[in-house]
Design a protein around this ligand. Structure first.
Ligand SMILES: Nc1nc2c(c(=O)[nH]1)N[C@H]1C(S)=C(S)[C@@H](COP(=O)(O)O)O[C@H]1N2
Ligand SMILES: [Mo]
Length: 197
């Protein structure tokens, strides 16, 4: 079953195509550096910080978590949007429940294999459409698009979705990620054109 969340722009009082974006049929690849190698034997995904139960999953263990499939739009801050991506993965709220988020957690940092980081308020992550994705259009997520595992954030510009994600850190005070340190918006709402801060 596929849940269609391409209508979420209504919540932000915007059109499906956010202002200043153009629609592309391709799925461009955008990375700060190249596509990192990963080893299925040693790959780990970890949850730590302000949680009751820090978690660590092998690739096999992560694959056993409950997955859902959603149809989502994807908005890159450089100006392209791709509609109707089918992503399969584990929702952020499900993973947060497994770890038990502490009451004083307010912010989240995502960590990735290429050294990329990105930060987002916990309230912006606690949504069913924020997912840890391992399949795209029914196939294993291609390495260029962040395989084996990436985050997607259809209500935010796509730099909030860490490719090659290896961990989630729950923070009691906001910290800044890779692009956020370089002047990109922390909140990144495409319908308010929050590109820079
Ligand atoms: N680990 C990592 N994740 C990343 C990036 C990156 O450089 N490294 N780039 C971000 C940016 S700016 C965008 S637009 C999307 C691009 O995803 P795509 O290459 O699948 O289109 O990934 C985001 N996640
Ligand atoms: Mo981007």
């Amino acid at each position: 079953m596929t849940t269609d969340v391409t209508g979420l722009h209504e919540e932000f009082d915007g059109e499906r195509l956010p202002p200043g974006q153009r629609k592309t049929e391709r799925f461009p690849v955008l990375s700060k550096s190249g596509t990192p190698d990963w080893n299925p034997e040693t790959w780990k995904f970890e949850v730590w910080g302000a949680v009751e139960e820090p978690l660590s999953f092998s690739h096999e263990e992560f694959a056993e978590l409950d997955s859902v499939t959603q149809r989502q739009d994807f908005h890159c801050v450089t100006g392209w949007s791709k509609f109707d991506c089918e992503f399969t993965g584990v929702t952020f709220p499900h993973l947060a429940d497994l770890a038990g988020v502490e009451d004083d957690a307010v912010h989240v940092m995502f960590h990735a294999l290429d050294g990329y980081t990105t930060d987002l308020a916990l309230s912006d992550c606690s949504r069913e459409e924020v997912m840890f994705v391992h399949e795209y259009d029914g196939e294993p997520l291609p390495a260029d698009h962040g395989g084996p595992l990436r985050v997607v954030t259809p209500h935010k510009y796509a730099y909030k979705g860490a490719k090659w994600v290896t961990g989630v850190e729950f923070l009691t005070e906001p910290e800044r990620g890779y692009w956020e340190k370089r002047g990109y918006s922390v909140t990144a709402n495409p319908w308010a054109e929050e590109r820079y801060s």
